[in-house]
Design a protein around this ligand. Structure first.
Ligand SMILES: [Zn+2]
Ligand SMILES: [Zn+2]
Length: 573
């Protein structure tokens, strides 16, 4: 399907138009169309064939023509012309915090800056501070932002790594020559960012598997090719290593290549004390060299008198001590999730109708979903006025009467204003099933003010959940400063849950904060913040983050069956 390709073209057109300073409505139309294409479950080429492109929300005559053009020729002339007018590197500049389209244009026109490297150089030489609207403080921010983007390029976020590995693994798995296959490394530990992808297999005919691997359509470059190990770099620049191991060593190799290094060092120390040696081939008696385990990963742990330690915990952050004492947590699993408590519909900036959301959620086996569109302060995200929210409550009621075995919950993602007040009146909040509150602006207020602001929202008796509590965006924006102890203490006192936002660039709270929250006795919600139905699938990334934070079923409110959940979020009267 070309849906995503075309969505990307529209997104870039919007950025380019923004740099040119064009009409904001026109820019928004491109963004909206791109998002609807991303969320479209049908093949765009089929729609074009049937002549029904204009039936897709946000696609008018003009955009339908551009889609047709792309499907026929592989290019959109208008887009190509824009790219000739504006150097492509300028688009990279927009990713730097503090650099909007106006600044990007200025940087280009006054200093002929056309990309990140030039911007970095100029900032270091203090050449930006004389530009109107840019101060020395901004230079510092710009340098920090560039650092963040560059580190983001070196490590991709888990969501990307996961789907890339999934694609490769499912292709290889379908080969009859592949007997066993598993990802390893930081991906298997589900770390929030991943540098390269490691895959292990057992195969009867390794050479043939390697042949398929190095010729995968996504392979851009072959870095190494051998009988037991090959490496490729994908077109997008990610290194993927494939290793073939003997069946009787698979478990040992899996443990070895999954790491972490620190965890494995601890295992080796424990083995040594027992007169044993662990390596990627198995566990051996040190004196005689006799092999005693290696086929199954669990056997390695068993030999050391430990229960199996889930990969997400293998960081040497206390998991070995807990395992020894029989205190390992029974980690929450994706199957235990019964619903999603943060989802956007077409009423604000989502791509689908409420009914479509409900049907898709029921199909994946959920019992409930809370519709939490933005509130009025978030004009750019189509935030709802109070009277529209009232209408939405009615519509949800109507749909609920039609649905069997599933319940839509009314809700909002209410904006926490600069002073910590909310932009929906308490009387209306009281009528909603689920109230999610979030900070979307004023990230630079400073620790004290931000903490106060957050705590005021937490104390509101109608707020159930604080969404994406740290505000970070991986590779783009650092978390804002908060006094976390204070925030978490108040959250517990007021029985407000904190969210683990599963959106791949957020994963917010992160693993460390999850564990801190658990230690302080808080409740958490794992939510996808979906803007399209496809994004429901990111729930597993949120669950992985929770697992890395040692969280169990009882810590997560959306593992509760509907009646208990309703009780949990019910409003005081
Ligand atoms: Zn939000
Ligand atoms: Zn949201």
């Amino acid at each position: 399907m070309k849906n995503l390709e075309i969505a990307r073209v529209f997104m870039e057109i919007a950025d380019l138009l923004e740099i040119k300073g064009e009409n904001p409505f026109r820019i928004r139309a491109y963004r909206r169309a791109a998002q609807n294409l991303e969320g479209l479950t049908r093949d765009i080429a089929e729609e074009a064939g049937k002549g029904t492109l204009e039936g897709i929300p946000g696609i008018g005559k003009d955009l339908a023509k551009k889609i047709d053009e792309y499907l026929k020729s592989g290019v959109v002339e208008f887009y190509e012309r824009l790219k000739e007018e504006i150097p492509e590197g300028l688009l990279d500049l927009l990713a730097v915090p503090g650099v909007g389209p106006r600044t990007a244009k200025l940087l280009y026109e006054r200093l002929n800056i056309q990309g990140l490297d030039e911007l970095e150089k100029m900032a270091r030489e203090h050449k930006l501070k004389d530009l109107p609207g840019l101060k020395e403080k901004t230079e510092e921010n710009i340098l920090r932002g560039i650092q963040l983007i560059k580190s983001g390029r070196e490590r991709m976020h888990l969501g990307l790594a996961y789907s890339l590995a999934d694609e490769i693994i499912s292709t290889l798995k379908s080969l009859p020559e592949v007997k066993q296959i598993s990802p390893a490394g930081s991906l298997r530990r589900m770390k929030e960012t991943v540098k390269d992808i490691d895959i292990l297999i057992v195969s009867s005919r390794p050479a043939e598997v390697m042949e398929v691997f190095v010729n995968l359509p996504l392979a851009g470059e072959i870095l190494a090719r051998g009988e037991t190990k090959s490496s490729i770099r994908t077109r997008e620049g990610t290194q993927v290593d494939l290793r073939v191991v003997e069946p009787e060593c698979f478990g040992a190799a899996l443990a070895y290549f999954t790491g972490s290094k620190a965890h494995n060092i601890r295992l080796r120390e424990m083995a040594r004390k027992k007169g044993l040696k662990v390596n990627e081939y198995g566990i051996f008696k040190e004196k005689s060299g006799q092999k005693i385990a290696g086929k199954e990963e669990a056997d390695i742990y068993q030999t050391l008198n430990l229960p199996f330690i889930p990969p997400e915990l293998r960081e040497d952050l206390g998991e070995i001590e807990a395992a020894r004492k029989g205190n390992l947590p029974s980690l929450v699993s994706p199957k235990q999730i019964r619903g999603d408590l943060h989802v956007h519909s077409k009423w604000s900036d989502g791509a689908h109708s409420i009914e479509e959301l409900a049907r898709a959620a029921r199909k994946i086996g959920y019992e409930y979903v809370a519709v939490t569109d933005h509130s009025q302060s978030l004009g750019i995200a189509g935030g709802l006025k109070e009277k529209d929210l009232l209408k939405q409550i009615d519509e949800i009621g109507t749909i609920n009467r039609k649905l069997k075995g599933f319940r839509l919950l009314t809700g909002t993602e209410v904006d926490i204003r600069g002073d910590g007040s909310l932009d929906i009146a308490d009387e209306l909040l009281a009528r909603l099933d689920v109230v999610v509150a979030a900070i979307h602006s004023g990230f630079k207020q400073g620790k004290e003010k931000l903490t106060k602001r957050m705590v005021r929202a937490i104390k509101n008796r109608y707020v159930n959940i604080i969404a994406h509590p740290s505000g970070r965006l991986l590779g783009e924006r650092e978390a804002y400063e908060l006094d976390w102890e204070e925030v978490m203490r108040e959250a517990r006192k007021n029985r407000t849950a904190l969210e683990i936002n599963a959106y791949p660039q957020r994963l917010d709270l992160n693993d460390i904060r999850c564990r801190q929250a658990k230690e302080l006795g808080l409740s958490l919600a794992i939510s996808t913040d979906s803007h399209t139905i496809n994004q429901f699938g990111t729930m597993n990334l949120g669950v992985a983050t929770a697992r890395r934070g040692w969280l169990e079923k009882k810590d997560i409110i959306n593992t509760l069956p509907l009646p208990q959940l309703i009780k949990k979020v019910s409003k005081p009267v």
